[in-house]
Design a protein around this ligand. Sequence first.
Ligand code: ADP
Length: 680
Amino acid sequence: MSISNSVVQQLLEKCPDWRPQMYFKSSLTALSHAMEDLVLNDTDAPLVIASFQRERFYRQEATRYKRIADKTEQVYVLAAPETDFSNRSLDYETIAFESSDALAQEWHLVIIGQRYTSCLICRERNIAAPDSKHGVVMDTNRRFEGIWTFDRAVTSQAAEIMLERIVAYRPELRAKIDRAYQLYLSPQSTTSPTQTASPLTNPDPFVQRLVTYLQAGQYKLLKANKSLAAKQQKEQLLNSVTDAVRRSLDTKQILQVAVQQLGEGIGVCRCIIYRCHKDDPVATIDSEYIDTGIKSVKGLKWQLANNPLFEEAVASTETISVDNTLEDERINRLARSQKTGKFFQNLIHNYSIYSWLLVPIFYHGRLLGVMELHHCEQEPIAWKPDDIALVDAIATQVGVALIQAEAYADLEDLNEQLEALDRTRSNLVAIVGHELRTPLSTIQVCLESLASEPDMASKLSQIMLETALSDAERMRNLVQDFLTLSRLEGGGMEWNLETLSIGECIDLAISNVKARNKEHPLPQIKNLTTPENLPLVQIDGEWLVEVLAKLLDNACKFTQADGEIAIAVKTNGGKTLEVTVSDTGRGIETGSLETVFDRFYQEEGALRRSAGGTGLGLAICRQVVKNWGGKIWAESAGKDRGSIFHFTVPIKATKKKSGQPKSPAAKYKSSRKKSNKKRS
Ligand code: ADP
């Protein structure tokens, strides 16, 4: 059954002189409890009618109503059911109304006894819009309007309205309700106004209850204010640390500002930050804040290996808090289990770390460092969740600032590299331009002379043609070497790894060099290798021969015909062989031993090139050797004291021998065509 009339409205119509008042929900709760307490603290057996908006509100008070029912048999409780609230006559009468009923918006409590009468008849004001953040109506914001009074006449009117409704919902209660009329509302009743002098003969319990509510309210307010102020202070601290650390791109400064602000702001004895990786055994403390009189740990090596707090923080990626280090099970277990565990106890003792907070600074799963807070007074403290949350938030900000600083430093490095690259590019363009222009000019002069002087002596014209041809050949070699080097540097080369005997590669390189220099007398080339004692190598044979041939070519170029060249190979105990090409030629100045590997390096300068060559040979060798993971370097005792070029070659990993290694000669020949195509 659903009645749409408002009880508040009905009462106001019956009592036109009364004006409704506004009440917050908390006031209604306080008043209702105070009124109920009146019943519970008195010997009177009053009429009690309570109407709750929903079953859930009634449930909170159900035990009180049971106790009230012990005092009087005239108790009526109304509510809109939500689970199992229904019309029943158990300890007291329960009356269920539909949620569309006007009562669902109202809150009533009517009490009529011998010594006191009181009523609270209220209606909820247009229900507040849901709190935008939480999507619910804040309970404290709910407001009601209506009448609360001790006035007997008004209370009687309210009781009559309510009893009429109860009969309408539960007609079977008619007899009981008639009795209520007789007992509490008829002029003859013992509770009628003529019978009772004062509406509230003993106001004490009521007043006490209200004062308690007032006190509780005040206390809650104070607490809320306090926590709000603390929250505000923490937010300010977080903001100021964030602001300060984000303003700098200097890692040291970021960390120092963070420890200083955090240490002072949170009021700890010591706050430190150190950079570390998760597997570092120790870290150096480079940023520290200490309160007056506290021992400094700055610059100390902080042990991380076997530190159970550090290990736990890294594994869980969470902050570890220890309220009392002397009683911490992890620390004590370590001290018991290992001799080295004592170091930890000593550390705690030496630096008076009685309460400890260890906060790992992570960024995208990467450990950047650790922040520690120490409390150094004998009386340990309990770390509050709010403080831990604040320190966590600051650690996150420090992490971001560190990454920003790292990115900036990387950017600076990159900029420097780019500038260097740009300089190299400009140099390269100038050098290549020069290297190509020189032979091109010679060719042009020769061809122009031939064209403009048809009567030129045949001997001279022969010389002109030969010069033009030789410079054209030089240009072709230069372009080819330049392209090869570009591809090697750009990683665009295909490598064909094979298992080879290095001795055969050396023989092949020597015969190539000899074939190329048939017309010139060459210094003697000695092969000092004993291939049968050497392990096989795992390498691209074609390129190994190329490197050997280039070194031999250079040795021939810079050594007199009566000099000597030697090739030797030795195992150096590791996974590589070391090859040396030495000569007794003009040698290299100590200061040029590295620069000879630069592109276009030539001792006499490109213009006065007497020995020919492109100036790219050693640069190509270095790229090739680098590719197979080896090293190449030059040695010389100085001018005219010969040179030695060394390079390393990877040995084939030793498994069971499977067949004969391929002959490099066959391989070299077959792949030569293919690779020439590749390089051109
Ligand atoms: P190039 O085509 O000029 O030989 P390289 O890159 O092969 O170019 O060599 C660069 C320079 O290194 C040579 O011009 C020379 O000055 C020096 N150099 C190379 N090998 C030797 C050597 N065996 N003895 C003395 N100087 C050498």
